[in-house]
Design a protein around this ligand. Structure first.
Ligand SMILES: Cc1cc2nc3c(=O)[nH]c(=O)nc-3n(C[C@H](O)[C@H](O)[C@H](O)COP(=O)(O)OP(=O)(O)OC[C@H]3O[C@@H](n4cnc5c(N)ncnc54)[C@H](O)[C@@H]3O)c2cc1C
Length: 328
């Protein structure tokens, strides 16, 4: 077990982590990016990206490789296969970041860019048809379903809002929910019920996602009351049954919203001085590659200012009053 000292430790090498690494490297900070797997984050689960400005059509893997190459060129040190187990602020003000091997990283600042994990239905076909009918992001993938019949699964705000949003593209949207009413706020529900392109299917669960020639063709569904099974023909299924931000590594009290996302100020500083957050792990209106890299740019520059103030003996910038966005 070894102890490593850095000026900033960045947790996670998705778009946010690699961008923070790039800016930290350019600022000549001693920075390390700790990644549990391979660099890329959710880009590695995304077939094609069409809404990252400057790239009309880019494969998720290719964009991830470009991010990595660019970040490393500017001095980011990315350590792969290094899962972070916990981040804790010590009494002396330094953060202790412990990784699975038992190694410890000491630093006055940490940027958490650990993203989050969409909750899966855990049914057969979900992995097979991921990116080939199965999606967890309406903004990202909705445009691929222009004129199609698709389905949305879930009963909260996200499912209802995204079902409504998806009718911009889809000819018909089945909104499938396992209960007999939605959890979504009343105004969002009203929009769903008023939308002629949405057909609500209550008391129903998805048992299997089925396809042919590598693309989804239908879902096997079941009524929870009668147990009757049937096929729902749809070329896409958007799953919105929850998203878990990866904040389990953080020790101590930190401000978060009702869904567990980290609340930051406009400099991306959390309620713990010196602890910054960027990307999908942060409470904000939307979660995209553009927002992740934007957050990361701000966080890395704010870290540089925090460290400069700390070195000069002047008070480090403290977290400012937090703004909680409308939706997590
Ligand atoms: C299926 C899908 C399609 C999408 N399509 C688009 C699209 O077309 N356009 C678009 O703009 N956005 C799209 N998005 C959203 C976009 O991918 C995310 O907003 C973006 O990847 C967020 O970047 P991030 O760095 O904050 O988090 P992530 O990409 O989630 O990266 C987090 C990284 O942290 C690592 N990590 C987590 N915990 C630990 C730990 N304990 N120790 C070490 N490492 C850890 C993870 O392994 C991961 O590499 C899509 C998302 C999904 C799920």
């Amino acid at each position: 077990m070894a102890t490593h000292e850095y000026e900033v430790v960045i947790v996670g090498a998705g778009p946010a982590g690699m961008c923070a690494g790039l800016y930290a490297g350019r600022s000549m900070l001693r920075a390390v990016v700790l990644e549990r797997g391979f660099p890329g984050g959710e880009l590695l689960n995304t077939e094609v990206i069409e809404d990252y400005i400057g790239f009309e059509h880019v494969l998720g893997h290719d964009l991830a490789a470009k991010f990595q190459g660019h970040a490393e060129k500017f001095g980011a040190e990315i350590r792969t296969s290094t899962p972070v187990q916990q981040v804790e602020k010590r009494a002396d003000g330094l953060f202790e970041t412990t990784v699975e091997s038992g190694d410890v990283y000491l630093s006055p600042t940490v940027i958490v860019t650990a993203g989050g994990t969409p909750i899966k239905l855990e049914v057969p076909g979900e992995i097979t048809y991921a990116g080939k009918g199965v999606s967890y992001c309406a903004i990202c993938d909705g445009a691929f379903y222009r004129g199609h019949t698709i389905m949305v699964v879930g009963g909260g705000d996200a499912a209802c809002e995204e079902a409504d949003f998806l009718t911009r593209y889809a000819e018909k949207v089945f909104l499938v929910h396992r209960r007999d009413s939605f959890r979504a706020s009343k105004i969002v529900q009203q929009r769903v019920f008023a939308n002629p392109k949405i057909e609500v299917v209550f008391d129903t669960v998805v048992d299997e996602i089925v396809g042919a020639d590598g693309l989804m063709t239908h879902a096997r569904i079941r009524h929870t009351g009668t147990g009757a099974a049937s096929d729902l023909v749809a070329t896409g299924i958007f799953i919105f049954v929850g998203f878990t931000p990866n904040t389990g590594i953080l020790r101590g009290h930190f401000a978060h919203d009702a869904s567990g996302y980290l609340i930051t100020d406009s400099n991306m500083q959390t309620s713990i001085p010196g602890l910054f957050a960027a990307g999908d792990v942060r409470a904000q209106l939307t979660r995209q590659v553009t927002t992740a890299v934007g957050d990361a740019t701000t966080a890395a520059i704010a870290v540089e200012k925090f460290l400069t103030a700390r070195k000069s003996g002047s008070p480090a910038p403290q977290p400012q009053p937090m703004l909680v966005p409308g939706r997590g």
